[in-house]
Ligand binder design. Structure first.
Ligand code: MLT
Length: 312
């Protein structure tokens, strides 16, 4: 390879194991993947927190292989003329499947039931008898005919809302940023909540699919819990900071919130009565990791080659 060719090559740095199928998007004639580079042309990242790292002066683009960009210093990037991409929709199916799984599993007390049953290890011949006692302890609720409130009707929220209809739920949608009419492929059978307060008041289950912003931070708090139906289940596969955790702990203690299913547990969440902590598995499927990596890599490749900015 001549020196001129090498000079024209673009360096891509990837952080936290971008799926191989994404790396293949960068053809070897024009791109070098160098994860040790301190000054690459572009960075493709998953969840790594980039707020405290220096961005080299050659960096032109950062692509987040995922939806949320709160691990990227977007304002600093804008000041430095660095384009930030994300991959809206690429992991939507994975998150939707997780939300519906957890909605049903928590309603049937499945997580607590499994933990309780596992703890019977060592009880020998008594296990079948003790299992019958568990049967009474973990009586659940069916979701059929109950109301699911979906906050945020982007790629993920719209999929959740549409599929919940297929489970015979009544579904109400609210989006703080876009009108329900313009939401992603939303079924007409999803009712429109005029205000978020209406959604809070009418829902038996609430799932949230909005980004973390100054407006959404702490949107679940004492005041909003007080509007909700007692015993409501709340599912959070968006960001932990949407919830005021002190208020959530109290609402769980009093029973105002029946269950808090969250992909963003911390020490406080683990201590909460009736919390269902999940280790950020919402989008963790092989398919979703590949979709996100491929979309992020294509965005970066096209941008570096043509200057086009395509966030899809
Ligand atoms: C996202 O922002 O896309 C989700 O939180 C999934 C993830 O980062 O793994």
């Amino acid at each position: 390879m001549s020196t001129t060719t090498i000079d024209k090559m673009k360096t891509i740095k990837t952080l936290n194991n971008i799926a191989e199928s994404g790396l293949k998007v960068f053809n070897k004639d024009h791109f070098i993947i160098d994860n040790d580079s301190e000054n690459p042309d572009a960075i493709v990242v998953r969840s790594f927190n980039m707020h405290s790292i220096e961005l080299g002066n050659k960096v032109k683009a950062i692509a987040r292989a995922g939806a949320g960009v709160n691990n990227i210093p977007v304002e600093k990037c804008t000041e430095q003329g660095i384009v930030v991409f994300n991959t809206p929709g690429a992991n939507a199916n994975a998150v939707k499947e997780m939300v519906l799984t957890c909605l049903m599993a928590s309603s049937r007390n499945l997580f607590d039931g499994i933990t309780w049953t596992k703890a019977l290890e060592g009880e020998g011949d008594q296990v079948p008898k003790l299992v019958e006692a568990g049967k009474k302890q973990f009586v659940g609720k069916e979701i059929k005919g109950k109301t699911l409130g979906v906050i945020g009707l982007g790629a993920i929220g719209a999929l959740v809302a549409n599929d919940a209809l297929g489970l015979d739920m009544d579904v109400i949608g609210f989006d703080p940023f876009i009108s329900v009419d313009t939401a992603w492929n939303l079924s007409r059978n999803v009712q429109r909540a005029m205000t978020i307060e209406q959604l809070f008041a009418d829902s038996d289950y609430i799932t949230v699919h909005v980004p973390l912003t100054a407006d959404t931070r702490g949107m679940f708090n004492e005041a909003t819990f007080s509007i909700m139906k007692p015993g409501v289940h709340i599912l959070n596969f968006s960001r932990g900071e949407l919830v005021n955790e002190t208020d959530m702990a109290e609402a769980l203690e009093s029973g105002q919130v029946g269950k808090y299913i969250t992909d963003f547990p911390n020490e406080k969440v683990l201590k909460m009565k009736n919390s269902v902590p999940i280790p950020h598995l919402g989008a963790s499927t092989k398919e979703s990791e590949e979709n996100c990596a491929i979309m992020a890599a294509r965005q970066v490749k096209e941008f570096l080659e043509t200057g086009n900015i395509k966030n899809s």
